[in-house]
Design a protein around this ligand. Structure first.
Ligand code: MG
Length: 229
């Protein structure tokens, strides 16, 4: 599918499912509500950091936002071990402490079941650190729907990196002309599209309590039922 800004809106009902044999899915913000992660990094971690280092809350918050900016989009940004060391906080434990906030986005289970029942290869492709991935699969049980689960930390590059999609072929061979990627991160869609993945879709509201995403270039969906036949 060629994505021309003027023509990017194709009818979801006519999505050519017969031509799509592999569906690559992101986790946070796509299958799961990004609110957990936003709350964790923007509220919970700054609070714990302020307490641990005996800082005023706004100072801790400001400091952390600067630190985040330095590594955003790199693998370290997603690395529990990196932040545990950098902030002297037990990040894995802190995630467990608020794990009841982890939630699945609407229609996800129906969508995954439909893919499973229609012989699509369903692959989770995430930048999330293994510790975070395991916690989320334990909480949601979504792992039963995937034919394979790929972690960017094993590939050695974040999905935002243009080399990622070629390296992915070594561990999960796929035909890019017959593959769909759904990911809430527009930078990730950009690198996948550049590589040649034919069907790239975004998510309209990755954080149920956050802003809507719009793209000139990629279609964004709200609920997965929009793209089911
Ligand atoms: Mg995401």
């Amino acid at each position: 599918m060629t994505i021309d800004p003027d023509e990017k809106k194709y009818s979801h009902m006519s999505l050519p499912w017969k031509k799509i044999d592999t569906v690559l899915l992101d986790m946070d913000g796509t299958l799961l509500d990004l609110h957990f992660d936003n709350h964790f990094w923007l509220t919970h971690v700054p609070e714990c950091y302020a307490e641990k280092h005996d800082l005023p809350h706004d100072e801790a918050h400001k400091h952390l936002m600067c630190r985040y900016t330095e590594v955003r989009g790199k693998l370290d940004w997603y690395c529990v071990d990196f932040w545990t060391k950098e902030l002297s906080l037990d990040i894995e434990q802190l995630k467990h402490d608020i794990a009841d906030k982890i939630s699945i986005r609407p229609d996800v289970v129906d969508f995954l079941s439909w893919l499973n029942n229609n012989d699509k290869r369903v692959v989770l492709v995430t930048n999330a650190h293994p510790a975070s991935l395991n916690l989320k699969m334990d909480k949601t049980n979504l792992h039963v729907h995937f034919d394979n689960i790929i972690n960017a930390h094993d590939i050695g590059l974040a999905k935002e990196n243009e080399g990622f999609w070629g390296k992915l072929q070594h561990v999960e061979p796929y035909d890019k002309a017959h593959t769909m990627l759904i990911d809430d991160n527009l930078e990730v869609l950009e690198t996948a599209h550049e590589y040649g993945i034919e069907y790239c879709l975004g998510i309209q509201q990755p954080d149920s309590q956050g802003d809507e995403v719009s793209s000139e270039k990629f279609d964004v969906i709200d609920a997965f039922k929009e793209i089911l036949p």
